[in-house]
Design a protein. Structure first.
Length: 221
């Protein structure tokens, strides 16, 4: 085989790989940690979302809707007048340096780490022109309190890091991941893999969506 055919073969292989990637549904890996004092779903299974001042902005509405959809799938029903549970949700968006196994993390650099903003949400992060693309980190949290006693009965969080980002859909996946096993989730940190819903108007994936799977948690970095 002559050398001039090698680039053409590489281009063909890349095209085939790209087509194969388009035919499968993208999966989101989430690192989840949950704590619960509940033995069963409360009766009645009603809740009210308590928004903090930082969550009153219109831009938070899509996030709140995704959280409520995930809560409904977990068996809870919104009832602002007679809630059994008071729910606080939080969202975080920032970037983290990519880890180089030979030279350590890329950095230091002016990456911003956006806090929870009172468990609200915000976007921080920038990178230098010559640095490689950092990892996008998206995280959610859910805290549930007993409406009568104000005691915290459920606390959970899910974090996702990757070189790509799909806001706001990824938050819905993370809320589902955080509520896996409600009200008696597995103890300790765990890794959950869930499918990312297709964008509105896009062709359906050829591979049917699979339920969330739990895999051993990766070591903390």
């Amino acid at each position: 085989m002559t050398r001039r055919w090698i680039p053409a073969l590489l281009l063909c292989a890349a095209a085939v790989a790209g087509l194969a990637g388009c035919s499968t549904q993208r999966l989101v890996d989430g690192r989840v940690q949950s704590f619960s004092t509940l033995a069963a779903v409360p009766a009645p299974a009603t809740y009210r979302v308590e928004r903090l001042p930082s969550q009153q902005m219109p831009s938070f509405e899509p996030i709140a809707a995704l959280a409520e959809q995930a809560l409904a799938r977990a068996g809870l029903r919104r009832d602002d007048a007679a809630p059994r549970l008071l729910v606080q949700i939080g969202v975080q968006a920032d970037t983290v340096p990519r880890y180089d196994p030979f030279a350590g993390p890329y950095g230091p650099g002016p990456w911003g780490f956006g806090g929870w903003y009172g468990r609200g949400w915000g976007f921080h992060g920038a990178w230098r022109f010559n640095d490689p693309t950092p990892l996008y980190r998206r995280a959610v949290s859910i805290v549930m309190r007993d409406a009568a006693t104000q005691a915290v009965v459920y606390e959970t969080s899910a974090t996702h890091e990757d070189v790509w980002v799909a806001d706001p859909a990824v938050y819905g996946v993370l809320f589902d991941a955080a509520l896996q096993g409600f009200p008696t989730p597995p103890q300790g940190p765990r890794q959950i893999r869930l499918p990312l819903p297709p964008a509105p108007g896009s062709a359906p994936a050829t591979t049917p969506a699979q339920p969330g799977t739990v895999v051993p948690a990766a070591p903390a970095r």
